[in-house]
Design a protein around this ligand. Structure first.
Ligand SMILES: Nc1ncnc2c1ncn2[C@@H]1O[C@H](COP(=O)(O)OP(=O)(O)OP(=O)(O)O)[C@@H](O)[C@H]1O
Ligand SMILES: [Mg+2]
Length: 269
């Protein structure tokens, strides 16, 4: 049975959709069957990331019970995508997402849900449909306060929280540190992705940033996270980097240790 992983944040524009596209691409690069679902019912744009501009069948059509879910699945390179309708007046119940997705768990190893920046019904749909969650956050107070709120809501629901993906990091002193974010949320940080203009360039070219810039720091972090989730090894560090790290006895980064713990939780006995 595959896993449904929700990618959430209550704050808009922090990078949920970009990460669904990149983490999905990374998981597929390890040979996994991956489906990405645009569960941002009111302002969907995951389809646009994959150049699916006016798909004939969308999640809205499926949820309004007009269409079979298999009609809304589009193959894009190595992965499958269910886009949502940008302009739709169809009445639907977002909370029924879980029952629509459930049969697909037999077919896919990973189903990633892109969510809206909301904890109303449309956002709760992802929380209820997901087996596990990642929260996307940026290292500032306003996003952190929203992250705490959604972590609390997920804890009430009892959904497994895998961790936080910290995005758009500038590495500046005024930013919140990883320790501050972990201490206040009680959630481990699983990847740290720099602010990188290439992410926008990738999007303009209808590619995930993992594909567009395979050697960037952000890509390496996403690949390592995907490797943790799949149990595969990711060896693409710059040449000799691991040896130098070992020789200089450089302490592993917080997110590296956290990924080891997550790996143990998933694959350990
Ligand atoms: N690491 C990054 N560096 C620079 N720009 C980024 C990064 N991640 C995302 N972006 C840019 O930030 C903008 C918002 O990203 P995205 O649409 O993925 O956020 P979102 O959380 O899904 O937004 P929404 O809440 O509206 O759905 C996009 O223009 C995207 O290209
Ligand atoms: Mg989005």
């Amino acid at each position: 049975m595959g896993k449904v992983i929700g990618i959430m944040s209550l704050k808009g524009g922090v990078g949920k959709t970009s990460l669904v596209s990149s983490l999905g691409t990374a998981l597929a690069s390890f040979g996994k069957d991956v489906l990405l679902v645009d569960a941002n019912f009111s302002a969907p744009n995951l389809g646009i990331h994959f150049n699916l501009i006016e798909p004939e069948t969308t999640l809205h059509d499926v949820m309004a019970r007009d269409q079979n879910i298999s009609d809304a699945i589009y193959a894009v390179g190595a992965l499958d995508v269910i886009p949502a309708a940008i302009f739709s007046n169809k009445k639907l119940s977002p909370l029924r997402l879980k029952e629509h997705i459930r049969p697909l768990k037999k077919k896919y190893d990973f189903i990633l849900l892109d969510s809206p920046p909301s904890l109303e019904e449309d956002g709760l749909a992802t929380l209820y449909a997901a087996d596990e969650l990642f929260f996307v956050s940026t290292p500032d107070h306003s996003t952190l306060s929203n992250t705490i709120k959604s972590v609390n809501r997920s804890n009430e629901r009892g959904t497994v929280i895998n961790g936080i993906i910290l995005n758009k990091v500038h590495d500046k002193d005024f930013e919140l540190t990883l320790e501050q974010i972990e201490d206040t949320t009680n959630v481990p940080i699983m990847a740290v992705i720099p602010h990188d203009i290439d992410v926008k360039e990738a999007q303009a070219n209808f590619k995930s940033f993992v594909e567009h810039n395979p050697k960037s720091k952000g890509t390496r972090e996403v690949m390592k996270l995907a490797a943790t989730l799949t149990g595969e090894e990711y060896k693409n560090e710059p040449t000799g980097f691991n040896l130098i790290k070992k020789f200089l006895q450089i302490k592993p980064k917080k997110q590296e240790v956290n990924r080891e713990v997550l790996y143990e939780r998933i694959f350990g006995e």
